[in-house]
Design a protein around this ligand. Structure first.
Ligand SMILES: [Zn+2]
Length: 359
């Protein structure tokens, strides 16, 4: 079985992490710092340095030619092409998955046996989303899940028209099982309905889903003429960062900042901010949305993000229990993970060397 890979903050020193990922050895690591300054390697330091240089210069995480054994995530009537890493947003971004074009309300199928590691309820700023995780720790993310009442483009379908009954966080699903419906939620509203499908390896690196999709569909649906959605989805890290956002500043009309942008995104997800995009500028539209929010919360309608409003916003965001989603790795965590992997690889090399010397 897989070790736990939901890494928690090192600040909780009592938190212990069991790690038995890449090489199969099982280790209990008390803390990230423990990984970094932990027991000295039995191998000479110089060899370690050389090995480190080798592993660091070579890509540690294979990102191409990975074929996962999956069921095609859309039931039928789909068309797609390899648009992974295609430039988006005028070249400022790279597409992190493949877009599978299909009519609205086409069933979405579980790509693998696994656990529903996340569903967006209520609708997130980037739309309805399902994340599945298989028993090897790979993750399959479904974006733009339907948000419309059937036969409309009203954006008011609610979770019951996004997800199949029973598709809730922590639920177990079987490959091929219907889990939701194709739609255009989030920033796909202005383009064709489609599924944005991502595959992440156990280290949370995105891999190209295309080879797995082609294997799953037997080449069916692949077309160079599949529509270009040109949608810029937020990355996994950005999606999670929005969920864990904490409002801390006073915000007023005329402000322009990333926190204003967060405010707009949250007000949008709660249904108060109706402007099509988050501009990061606190103008009259944002103020009106905020006043409506304050009215609903029965707090003074100041039109500014004051202390009471911050509390209300953070309370609303608090419905996103940090334990309910997979935390992304910050730089220190990534480094610690890398060092742990290097150690495991060194241990394997040592074993091999030992075996060879035995001859
Ligand atoms: Zn996409």
């Amino acid at each position: 079985m897989m070790g736990r890979r939901y890494f928690r903050s090192c600040a909780e020193s009592s938190e212990r992490i069991t790690e038995n990922d890449a090489i199969g050895g099982s280790k209990t690591l008390s803390c990230y710092v423990g990984i970094i300054v932990g027991p000295k390697l039995s191998m000479p330091r110089i060899a370690y340095a050389i090995l480190s240089a080798f592993f660091l210069s070579a890509p540690l995480f294979a990102s191409a030619d990975v074929v996962r054994d999956i069921v095609f995530p859309v039931k039928d009537n789909f068309t797609y092409r390899d648009d992974f890493l295609e430039p988006r947003g005028g070249g400022t971004r790279k597409h992190q998955g493949n877009d599978i074009i299909a009519p609205k309300m086409t069933p979405l199928l579980a790509a693998v046996d696994g656990v529903v590691s996340f569903v967006a309820i209520p609708e997130a700023p980037w739309g309805y989303e399902i994340e599945l995780q298989d028993d090897q720790g790979w993750r399959y993310d479904y974006l733009h899940v339907n948000n419309d009442n059937p036969g409309t483009d009203d954006g008011l379908g609610g979770p019951e028209h996004a997800y199949m009954p029973g598709v809730v966080r922590g639920a177990r699903v079987s490959r091929g099982e219907p889990i939701g419906w194709v739609g255009d939620s989030g920033n796909a509203e202005e383009t064709v309905s489609h599924l944005h499908f991502e595959i992440h390896d156990p280290n949370n690196q995105v891999v190209d889903p295309f080879p797995s999709l082609v294997a799953a569909s037997g080449g069916k649906g692949v077309s160079a003429n599949a529509p270009r959605t040109n949608v810029v989805e937020p990355t996994f890290e950005e999606r999670k960062a929005q969920l864990r956002y904490i409002f801390s500043k006073e915000l007023n009309m005329g402000n322009e900042s990333s926190e204003v942008r967060q405010l707009q995104l949250i007000l949008k997800s709660l249904g108060y901010f109706t402007y099509p995009s988050a501009t990061a500028y606190f103008g009259p539209i944002t103020r009106d949305a905020l006043v409506n929010y304050q009215k609903k919360k029965r707090i003074p309608e100041t039109g500014a993000v004051d202390l009471l409003t911050r509390r209300a916003l953070n309370t609303d965001l608090g419905t996103w229990d940090p334990n309910d989603y997979i935390p992304f790795y910050n730089d220190a965590e990534k480094k610690a993970l890398l060092i742990a992997q290097l150690r495991q690889q060194i241990a394997v090399l040592q074993e091999r060397l030992k075996a060879l010397q035995g001859y």
